[in-house]
Design a protein around this ligand. Structure first.
Ligand code: SAM
Length: 264
């Protein structure tokens, strides 16, 4: 019965379903909006002011072209890397190859997921998970042909609904600082990675000067955005068994990547 129902689903969604934790797998998958909805109409996510902004109808329309590059400049500084460089760093840290399975955590409008799909190709799968229906609607609309290997899931990016060791690579750009429990998110990202899998994170980095720290604290408290210490994510990855941990700090932002140690 379940096999017959899954056969009617879009191909990438049908391929993503077996990756779901059995407890999270819906008996009747809801794909009405082009993404697999694990939250449903009445569901809501914990929301700070910054998270609520991501639910707006207008932000997804301007996000990729204007909002994200502008925020990138604010965080990384006027001379920091642009969006093209961010994509290059994501590719470098994730080391994707054709056939890989990659999870884009808090994928927003799919601005990175689409590119990952192009790299992993027909034999691979790119899954983007986000809680915002407006962001996901935009992701589905903008994904076009790459959608043949992309499955979008509406769900919690902190407590990931996937089985252990289901992805070769996990990306979480511009979102960890929004989560109410970033440690739990890092635990789950690690749990869903295969041994030897790669992680790439772009998040906040606290300024070290006294006036800078005071400014950080004020801005962070108002917005609900967490500011991580420069060594916090690096140490967090090492503690979770990552090797080859690399970091690049640019202004108020940090890129961190690593490879999960292979077991056995
Ligand atoms: C700034 S966007 C990042 C999008 C994309 N990764 C990028 O780098 O441009 C942050 C995204 O995190 C999502 N988000 C925040 N908290 C979440 C949670 N607990 N579960 C799922 N998505 C969440 C928001 O809906 C939003 O789309």
């Amino acid at each position: 019965m379940r096999a017959a129902r899954d056969a009617a689903l879009p191909d990438p969604v049908a391929r993503a379903l077996p990756l779901l934790d059995p407890a999270a797998r819906p008996a009747a998958p809801d794909v009405r909006h082009g993404y697999l909805d694990l939250i449903g109409d009445g569901g809501s996510m914990p929301s700070t002011p910054a998270q609520r902004l991501m639910l707006s109808r207008t932000l997804p329309a301007v996000y990729e072209r204007w909002w994200r590059p502008a925020w990138g400049r604010v965080l990384k500084g006027a001379f920091g890397s642009g969006m093209r460089d961010e994509h290059r760093i994501a590719r470098l840290l994730l080391g994707l190859t054709p056939g890989d399975g990659v999870l884009d955590v808090a994928c927003g409008p799919g601005n990175f997921t689409r590119e990952f799909a192009g790299i992993v190709g027909d034999g691979g799968l790119a899954v983007g998970i986000d809680a915002s229906p407006t962001m996901l609607a935009r992701a589905v609309a903008d994904t076009g042909r790459a959608g043949e290997v992309v499955a979008y899931v509406r769900g919690d990016a902190v407590r990931l609904p996937f089985r252990d060791a289901s992805f070769d690579a996990v990306c979480c750009f511009a979102a960890l600082h929004l989560f109410e429990d970033p440690d739990a998110a890092l635990d789950h990202m690690t749990r869903v990675l295969t041994p030897g899998g790669r992680i790439a994170i772009l998040t906040s980095c606290r300024l070290q000067s006294a006036p800078g720290r005071a400014m950080n604290d004020l801005a962070g408290a108002r917005s609900g955005i967490r500011l991580f210490e420069p060594d916090e994510i690096v140490e967090g990855l090492k503690d979770r068994g990552y090797a080859e941990v690399r970091q690049r700090i640019a202004g108020l932002a940090q890129f961190v990547g690593g490879r999960l140690a292979a077991t056995g």
